[in-house]
Design a protein around this ligand. Structure first.
Ligand code: MSP
Length: 539
């Protein structure tokens, strides 16, 4: 059985409705998952919702409904949004799921039995927003705790602690020995610096007296599990992990098939340190995961608004739901994949969303498909014939070159050896590559001027060859763009009258990266009539 590419995203908090940052991360993971399926690989894509914790309990209380009811409503908003945005996941991780609870309790029990969890008393300042005790390190230059910690109060409490500190040296060695443990590089460096400073253990419980919306500790009924310990475990609980088995090799086959060497976790920059980079990696190690089964972390940046962080309290949150209704899923998917460098931050702009749609999709790609099919009908009754211009005209050679030496795969998989500077998962680079290809083909049309060729000699072999080149380019572009714009890719294939078998209709199986080679359309193939793919957005 081939190894599975296992990809996850952060599970989103259900204390409020989804925003544009959530949508970006899910689409990014969806595009990477679709790219791997395009290559014919087996993919398991997990996403979901983080439903426990104090913030949810508070939001539910504010609305006067029980937390279980509150999260049901918010969860539905996420489910509906991913459906509208064509985010195609294989499994849904909702942390109130019984299966998940059992795994979390099993993990806790094992760590407790192995004396990796102990009980202790703590007194100090506690941040309600971040749900953690604060130390003097968290104080700002003025000696106060900054606004990022929200309301801070003094507390004295008995709790259970996980021996994080025992694994500090292991984590440092792991990071030093794996150059791509975290992508991009500068985040790996940030993580290493944070691990160097690590001191103290992790409090993994909350007394029920103040928080009962969580998973009960299996060894003490008066406590629930700290929300991060609960949430992080979703990555294994929904993949079939058996917490009673400490040896990875002895785990159920279902789990080992998914959780293989190719595990990619897509997260935002705010949850690398300490949650994923420290807690999670140490949790896995302490549960007996060998180093080569530690997941790779892809850390993306943030979408801001006017240079400022989006937040509910500032009232500047961009609602993806409204954007989908206004512009459609493809416009939003394209904008979010195109207008930010993976790993960096970007400023959200509705105006740019519209400009990119009109320029790249309506004027460039849409126009190319439209003119290709129109000319094929006008000059050859829709029939394309396999005639090549290669001998006579090096412009076509350049196009062939662009499809083959395109840097598209490198943008997803990393550069060496042909493109050493390309980092893996540079989805924005892949999109720019396709844009460049579309641009060149449009230029090819203008240079060849088929309308002139037709006027001079309607039956010209050159015109036949130009039309074939165009139809082939459009076919290849549809395959390459399919991870980002699945609907448009189907639209292009439909209009090309290509791969029309009913069982392929609307299915990802219709596209294969192997087919993105020149010469796929057979001699004499008849293309369909053009239908506008990307009607211009008029503001
Ligand atoms: N529930 C935790 C994650 C648990 S994972 C085991 C959480 N949830 S969240 O809803 O606050 O954030 C979910 C994801 O959205 C995070 O990866 C976060 O970085 C990302 N984003 C939140 N705001 C964002 C932007 N403005 N821009 C891009 N991504 C952002 O953290």
């Amino acid at each position: 059985m081939p190894e599975t590419f296992y990809i996850t995203t952060a599970i989103d908090y259900t204390n409020s409705a989804p925003h544009i940052g959530h949508a970006y991360e899910k689409i990014l993971a969806d595009v990477i998952a679709r790219y791997h399926r395009l290559k014919g690989e087996q993919v398991f894509f997990l996403t979901g919702v983080d439903q426990h914790g104090q913030k949810v309990q508070q939001s539910a209380a504010k609305e006067g409904v029980p937390p279980a009811e509150f999260v049901k409503g918010v969860t539905q908003k996420f489910v509906d949004l991913w459906e509208k945005l064509d985010v195609k996941y294989d499994e849904w991780a909702a942390t109130t799921d019984e299966r998940h609870k059992r795994v979390v309790q099993g993990m806790l029990q094992r760590l407790f039995d192995e004396k990796q969890i102990y009980k202790d008393k703590q007194a100090g300042h506690y941040s309600i927003r971040q749900e953690q005790f604060l130390t003097d390190r968290e104080r700002g230059p003025n000696g106060e705790f900054g606004p990022e910690w929200g309301q801070v109060e003094f507390r004295e409490e008995e709790n259970y602690y996980f021996k994080l500190n025992d694994h500090k040296e292991w984590l440092l060695r792991y990071i030093d020995n794996r150059k791509d443990a975290v992508i991009p590089d500068f985040r790996q460096l940030e993580l290493r610096n944070a691990v160097e400073k690590l001191s103290g253990d992790l409090c993994i419980s909350r007394p029920k007296s103040r928080l009962d919306w969580g998973i009960e500790l299996p060894f003490d009924k008066d406590f629930v599990t700290y929300v991060w310990f609960d949430a992080l475990s979703n990555y294994i609980s929904f993949a079939g992990y058996d917490p009673t088995i400490d040896n990875y090799e002895a785990q159920p086959k279902e789990f080992r098939d998914r959780w293989s060497k190719d595990t990619l976790q897509v997260i935002g920059k705010d949850i690398l340190i300490p949650a994923h980079g420290i807690y999670w990696l140490i949790m896995l190690h302490s549960l007996g995961f060998p180093n080569d089964q530690i997941p790779q972390l892809l850390v993306h940046g943030w979408w801001n608004l006017g240079g400022a962080k989006m937040s509910k309290s500032a009232g500047n949150v961009v609602d993806p739901e409204l954007l989908v209704e206004k512009y459609g899923a493809e416009a939003l998917r394209y904008y979010l994949m195109n207008d930010i460098v993976v790993g960096g931050d970007a400023d959200f702009s509705e105006e740019r969303l519209v400009t990119r749609f009109n320029t790249d999709l309506a004027n460039t790609l849409g126009n190319l498909v439209n003119r290709t099919l129109n000319m094929a009908h006008r000059y050859r009754e829709g029939k394309v014939s396999q005639v090549s211009l290669v001998e006579k005209n090096h412009r076509e050679c350049q196009l062939l070159g662009l499809t083959e030496v395109h840097g598209f795969e490198e943008a997803f998989e990393g550069g060496a050896p042909k493109y050493p500077s390309l980092k893996p998962y540079s989805v924005d680079d892949a999109v720019h590559h396709i844009q460049a290809f579309c641009f060149h083909v449009n230029r090819f049309v203008d240079l060849e001027a088929p309308w002139k060729l037709a006027k001079e000699s309607p039956e010209s072999e050159r015109l036949t060859a130009v039309l074939y080149t165009l139809a082939e380019s459009v076919r290849v572009i549809a395959i390459l763009i399919s991870p980002v714009l699945p609907k448009a890719a189907h639209g292009i294939f439909d209009q090309l009258n290509w791969k029309m078998e009913p069982e392929l209709s609307g299915k990802e199986e219709r596209f294969h990266l192997d087919d993105a080679k020149w010469g796929g359309l057979p001699d004499g193939h008849v293309v369909g009539k053009p239908v506008p793919l990307f009607p211009r957005i008029e503001l």
